[in-house]
Design a binder for this molecule. Structure first.
Ligand code: SF4
Ligand code: SF4
Length: 396
């Protein structure tokens, strides 16, 4: 057992010893979440044992496409983002925010105590996921109003992040400065080598957890091998976006989003013809907003039981692609699909900067993969840039 671990220490464990990390977290009272396969997708769910991790599974993603492939490789984390993200747990799709009960003619109101929920430990988030968490922190914790349920879950969150060894064709973190290397905001950061994990300790809690395992100091050659994983992946992501494959190969092209002057580019092209073209394909189904790890819109409804003595106020995810989202006394502001898609994209990539001083997109590619008609924000933005009606976009 190592006792001198500190933030920044680099240790390693045999792959099978990841179970020790899971066990220690469980013993500390954490609900441990990790990657699992369900309904033919890699999602996050409760992890009782590392044997539930989908070893050897690769994901193939492209616009409107997601397929898993089982290989015989001893690769524990070579799939990338699935439809779930940390948002599903910190800002759940549906949650009760207030309960009202009538007893003897008197109404009593009570907010559910989120402090009762066990702390959450998540194994497997990637660099883009940690940047998305930073975006949601900005929204839920750093504005005029703090969301108490998000805050309670966030303060107790333990993150064992993973450095990606491969990227899906839909990933473009390298153009958003959000990956692929995990850089901050983690308790542990794992890099998978052939037979071991090299683990960077990112917090005192992470040091305490690793101190209970049979980890050893990682020798310089393994630390260098771990660093090379991210460096080589980033280089290959740049190469593939600069040299797209021939169409005849059927290989998906790698994505890249040119962010130079993007705020002004979009805001000065609000009547560009491309908005009409994308609206002809968009189904306004809201899939893109549901899977996006940064989208934060919600609506609230009162749900009464049949007795009339109990009413739950429930908050659920909403989407700017629905008519109700922008409905006010005079009707919906965003009446057309064109208007809704434009609202979504300009918020993500332009007005988010005004509102939160950061981009609303971390380049995870989920919205591209899970759009049933394969609408791709990198493609839409590039088309507007290629034929911009604005002669001189700004610098943002
Ligand atoms: S807009 Fe798309 S690529 Fe960007 S963070 Fe959301 S889901 Fe990921
Ligand atoms: S862009 Fe795609 S996922 Fe989003 S609402 Fe339109 S059809 Fe649905």
């Amino acid at each position: 057992m190592m006792t001198d671990l500190t933030v920044g220490s680099l240790v390693e464990i045999p792959k099978s010893s990841l179970q020790q990390v899971v066990q220690i977290l469980q013993d500390l009272g954490y609900r441990v979440i990790g990657p699992r396969v369900e309904s033919e997708a890699v999602i996050y769910d409760d992890l009782e044992s590392v044997q539930q991790i989908p070893v050897g599974v690769l994901d193939h993603q492209d616009g409107g496409k997601y397929r898993l492939q089982q290989t015989d490789q001893d690769a524990w984390f070579d799939y990338v983002c699935g439809p779930h993200s940390l948002k599903n747990f910190l800002f759940p799709p549906r949650q009760t925010v207030l309960e009202s009960t009538r007893q003897d003619g008197v109404w009593e109101m009570k907010a559910p105590d989120v402090e009762d929920a066990p702390p959450l430990a998540v194994i497997g988030p990637r660099s883009c996921d940690l940047h998305a968490l930073r975006v949601q922190d900005r929204v839920f914790l750093e504005g005029a109003y703090v969301d108490p349920s998000y805050q309670a879950r966030r303060e107790k969150l333990f993150i064992a992040a993973v450095n990606c060894r491969r990227a899906a064709a839909t990933c473009f973190c390298h153009s958003m400065q959000t990956g692929p290397a995990v850089s901050s905001g983690f308790d542990l950061a794992l890099t998978e080598l052939d037979d071991r994990f090299v683990i960077e300790i990112g917090s005192q809690r992470g040091a305490e957890v690793m101190g209970g395992t049979d980890c050893s100091t990682s020798p310089p050659q393994n630390v260098q091998a771990a660093r090379s994983v991210s460096e080589q992946l980033e280089q290959s992501m740049h190469d593939r976006s600069q040299h797209p494959p021939e169409a005849a190969t059927g290989e998906p092209r790698g994505r890249w989003l040119d962010t130079s002057g993007i705020r002004d580019l979009l805001m000065h092209n609000l009547e560009h013809a491309r908005w009409n073209e994308v609206a002809e394909r968009c189904l306004a189904c809201a899939n893109c907003t549901m899977v996006c790890p940064t989208c934060f819109c919600s609506s609230v409804e009162e749900v009464a039981d049949l007795s009339g003595d109990h009413v739950a106020r429930e908050r659920s995810w909403d989407s700017c692609f629905t008519a109700e989202h922008s409905t006010m006394s005079g009707g919906a502001v965003h009446k057309s699909t064109k208007s809704r898609y434009r609202q979504w994209l300009t918020h993500k990539l332009a007005t988010w900067h005004d509102q939160f001083e950061m981009s609303g997109c971390v380049g995870c590619g989920r919205c591209i993969t899970w759009c049933p008609v394969g609408i791709d924000l990198t493609e839409e933005t590039a088309a507007i840039r290629a034929d911009s009606t604005n002669p001189s976009p700004g610098q943002l």
